[in-house]
Design a protein around this ligand. Structure first.
Ligand code: ADP
Ligand code: MG
Length: 696
């Protein structure tokens, strides 16, 4: 038995370590900066750096790195060692406050969406003091934000931190109106559930599509998929179990609260859920989780697939972003309270989220848009591309009763009145029934189910935080002006319910009928990334982001370029991988099988045997399909040539979606058909069945 309590966080320079190792005044100054964002004096930074270095060296660390989250969606790091010459040919281990607080990686190789052209190529990283430093692979990791020299955000973390400040500011205004004076800050909390696939490493390496693009570009359906529902919550196979154990242990050491693990719906699919935490920490921890998953899988001869749709026809992977608002005094603002007054406050926050999601549906859709996630959203499994909120019947009825003033039929027979009524609690089992909803209220938090499994959760969260901050600002503006708080509050809540109830939908989101119903309600249905992206640079989006200082207009436009560029690059790599695999492997397989068949045919004919139906049948079919294959390959290659003619980012992305992707899908159909015909010994790629059932 492992001593988990002692293991947990042993590689983190956390509060306990700080308290034990920092001089009292330094500790106090650091805590003040952490809580209030005040300036960190150089002597304090020096003292912290020195203590951090001593601690890290004792734990075997030799290097440090500023760890940051550029727009690539993954993390970046540049390692420096602690060594400094001592003057006598020997070295000492050194780490200064300046090195801790600020780093200067060369920004020129990271996506900047034009910011680099207009501003300086250099960028710098700044210590995110609210996220603890930790040790991984003998290196001290310092979580940082990454900016251009002129201060533009070049990463995912900076806007997230800014959005947390924005929502804090507005939520505090609301709490003060409710007479709450002891709360100093409001944070957003997140618990991201991470889905992933595990397959055997040797098979992975034999699939260039998986290696280069993260998903299978070819593959006929296996005889057995997920139809038996026998994998979900099934017993965990020994090899997977060994992987999960080591993964948890590594994560615990680095202070990640890995809590729940289970098999998911698809064969070879699994999930890991942590205990929720502050959004920026949860984001760092989720990035870390994904990295560690990949490296531990490797150690176990496995490959961890984080792509949203590694296998066509099999459920894809998402990341459920459980989100709530909490005060520094530990109160969850989305938890119905014990008193009518608390409930009025709950209803205000609840309706604020409803309004925010309705008003900013398009931006939320943008926040989960990627080439990979396009295979999931709108397909017949994960949430659709239409955003709606699931509230559950009871809460929906309560809101209806509040809006109309009609008596609530539920447990409470009397008329509902804001600030007078005690609300029932909504246990998770009542509220969490609808698994098809993209945005579900689950008792005391919302679960945003659209983010893709490979995403950084920073994006979905800074959009959500900013949208809710904007609505809270609007509410606070109204409520601060009134002389009759209770009355204005009641009117405001009713009005919000009336104007935004169209976003509430408790039915089956996968049903065909919902698409029509949603259209009637005027809800957006942005099916692909390309359709969603323009909303990001719409005036409404620029207004809300700039008002709350989450982005400048320049930053938004640069991000828009980067996201579209990413989309095109992804499809380009997929198309090139596809043509390469067809030319180098698939055609070879067809030729060698045809060769074998025709030799057989020839020898039979020489022997004077006429039972050649089988050989002739397959030869004929394969040669016809091969001809078709060449035509489709040609179409794809021509489409790729055409891409060179377009320079505008959006038109290029549209071209990729309509022509390149279309040609890829047609080519795939032929290859998948060939896979079912060509003899196994000639087929170069591991099949779906082999991959999905490769781990025992
Ligand atoms: P399910 O699979 O039914 O959605 P899980 O228990 O697997 O539920 O995941 C729920 C997630 O929600 C966990 O990561 C949990 O820590 C998180 N969570 C619970 N309460 C909150 C909260 N107040 N804020 C944010 N996340 C929360
Ligand atoms: Mg969930």
């Amino acid at each position: 038995m492992k001593d988990v309590a002692n293991l947990f966080g042993c590689m983190v320079f956390n509060d306990t370590v700080m308290q034990a190792r920092l001089p009292k005044d330094v500790y106090k100054a650091l805590k003040k900066t952490m809580a209030q964002g005040t300036h960190l004096e150089l002597d304090v930074a020096n003292a912290v750096a020195n203590a951090m270095k001593d601690w890290a060296v004792e734990k075997g660390a030799t290097h440090f790195t500023h760890w940051f989250q550029p727009m690539t969606g993954i993390t970046a790091e540049k390692h420096d060692s602690f060594i400094a010459p001592a003057g006598d040919g020997r070295i000492i281990m050194e780490f200064s406050g300046k090195e801790l607080v600020r780093g200067e990686p060369d920004a020129s190789s990271f996506p900047s969406g034009g910011l680099r052209a207009t501003f300086e190529a250099r960028g710098y990283t700044v210590w995110d003091i609210t996220s603890y430093a930790f040790i991984k692979n003998d290196t001290l990791y310092i979580p940082t934000a990454f900016c251009s020299y002129s201060g533009e955000a070049l990463d995912k973390k900076t806007p997230l931190l800014r959005s947390m400040q924005a929502i804090n500011k507005q939520a505090i205004r609301i709490l003060r109106l409710f007479g709450n004076t002891d709360v100093k800050c409001v944070i957003t909390t997140v618990g991201p559930e991470q889905e992933y696939f595990l397959i055997d490493k040797t098979m992975y390496l034999r699939r260039p599509d998986l290696v280069y693009t993260g998903r299978t570009l070819f593959g006929a359906r296996p005889p057995k998929g997920q139809e038996m529902d026998d994998h979900y919550f099934g017993s965990i196979k020994p090899r997977v179990s060994a992987f999960m154990h080591e993964l948890e242990e590594e994560l615990w050491k680095m202070g990640v609260h890995a809590k729940t693990k289970h098999n998911e719906v698809a064969p070879a699919q699994h999930e890991l859920a942590p205990i929720f935490g502050t959004t920026n920490l949860a984001t760092d921890h989720n990035q870390l989780t994904m990295e560690v998953m990949k490296s531990i899988a490797n150690k176990h001869g496995l490959s961890c697939l984080l792509h949203e749709k590694p296998f066509a026809g099999v459920n894809g992977s998402g990341k459920h972003n459980n989100w709530s608002l909490s005060t520094d005094t530990g109160i969850n603002l989305l938890e119905p309270g014990e008193t009518p007054f608390e409930n009025a406050q709950f209803l205000l926050f609840l309706t604020a989220v409803i309004k925010a999601v309705d008003e900013y549906q398009d931006l939320l859709r943008v926040s989960v848009a990627s080439a990979g996630n396009d295979h999931r959203l709108g397909a017949n499994e994960a949430p659709p591309a239409i955003i709606s909120i699931f509230l559950g019947d009871e809460l929906t009825e309560i809101l209806e009763a509040l809006e109309t003033g009609v008596a609530y039929k539920g447990k409470q027979k009397n008329q509902m009145e804001i600030g007078v009524t005690v609300l029932p609690h909504f246990p998770k089992d009542i509220t969490d029934r609808n698994r098809t909803s993209p945005f579900a209220f689950t008792g005391n938090k919302f679960e945003f189910r659209m983010p893709g499994s490979s995403f950084s959760i920073a994006g979905p969260n800074f959009v959500l935080n900013t949208a809710v901050a904007e609505v809270l600002r609007d509410f606070a503006d109204t409520l601060e002006k009134t002389n009759d708080f209770k009355d204005t509050l009641a009117v405001l809540i009713k009005k919000t319910i009336r104007e935004h109830k169209r976003i509430v939908f408790n039915g089956n989101n996968y049903a065909e009928a919902w698409v029509y119903e949603a259209e009637k309600r005027g809800l957006s249905n942005l099916k692909t990334t390309v359709e969603a992206m323009p909303a990001f640079i719409a005036q409404k989006s620029i207004d809300v982001f700039t008002r709350h200082h989450v982005f400048s207009e320049t930053e938004i436009r640069s991000r828009y370029e980067i996201l579209l560029e990413n989309y095109c690059k992804t499809l380009r790599i997929e198309a090139l991988t596809m043509t390469d695999m067809v030319k180098k492997e698939i055609i070879q397989a067809c030729i060698s099988y045809q060769h074998e068949l025709s030799q057989l045919l020839q020898s039979k004919k020489t022997d004077g045997r006429y039972d050649c139906t089988l050989e002739e049948y397959f030869l004929d079919k394969i040669s016809k399909l091969s001809a078709c294959l060449l035509r489709k390959l040609d179409t794809l290659e021509n489409a790729m040539l055409e891409t060179k003619k377009t320079t505008d980012a959006l038109s290029l992305a549209e071209f990729y979606r309509d022509h390149v992707f279309g040609a890829m899908s047609e080519l795939r159909l032929i290859v998948d058909e060939l896979e079912t015909l060509v003899a196994k010994k000639h087929w170069p790629l591991p099949t779906y069945a082999e991959m999905l059932y490769s781990v025992n």
